[in-house]
Design a protein. Structure first.
Length: 196
């Protein structure tokens, strides 16, 4: 949608908010090798970057972060991966019932422990539900990831922060996408030439 967003913004600026004139995707653009085409693309890009800068304010980021809070929670995990569910279940019971650290279980089983830090949105949906319901310090029952099973120790669950670069990138992408998708729906009429 990159070019469509830029064309939609150009229409918005040129025609005004209340003008419903649209740019048809079937209209022939200037020849790509012409200087007019290059100037037009450069103008679109400048307009896009200026609007993007206007959109990405601390206030807009804060509102969007509040609305998307759960998907932006950060989880710090120690993860022990197993090929078999039965092995993962045994490790889980050792960690939960006998309070055996995952590092000790890893040393005994020959499987390495990995530490990761990621946002809720980075995990599969079934993981998200489990992580959101868990408290820091909890050992989580085995969860499937592809063909393997993983036992996790939740070291911490942190609220989203604008100081977190990953959070800020997600917020910026969401703000830009919402704004320009609305402009695209207002100003771009997609016409597909399909033979049946």
């Amino acid at each position: 949608p990159d070019l469509a967003w830029r064309v939609a913004l150009h229409c918005e600026l040129k025609n005004g908010k209340n003008d419903r004139q649209t740019a048809s995707s079937s209209e022939a653009p200037p020849a790509p090798d012409s200087s007019d085409w290059r100037k037009e693309i450069e103008r679109f890009e400048i307009e896009f970057q200026n609007r993007r800068e206007v959109l990405l304010t601390p206030e807009n980021r804060g509102r969007t972060m509040t609305a998307r809070r759960l998907s932006l929670l950060r989880f710090d995990l120690d993860i022990l991966e197993f090929d078999w569910q039965s092995a993962a279940q045994e490790a889980y019971l050792c960690a939960k019932e006998d309070a055996v650290p995952l590092n000790d279980i890893a040393a005994q089983s020959g499987y390495p422990v990995r530490s990761i830090s990621a946002l809720a949105a980075d995990f599969p949906e079934d993981w998200q539900q489990t992580l959101l319901a868990a408290n820091s310090g909890a050992v989580l029952s085995p969860m499937r990831w592809g063909s393997s099973f993983r036992v996790c120790f939740l070291k911490s669950k942190r609220e989203p922060s604008l100081e977190d670069l990953d959070v800020r990138k997600r917020l910026d992408a969401a703000i830009v996408r919402q704004h320009f998708t609305e402009l695209e729906s207002r100003h771009i009429a997609w016409e597909l030439d399909v033979e049946v």
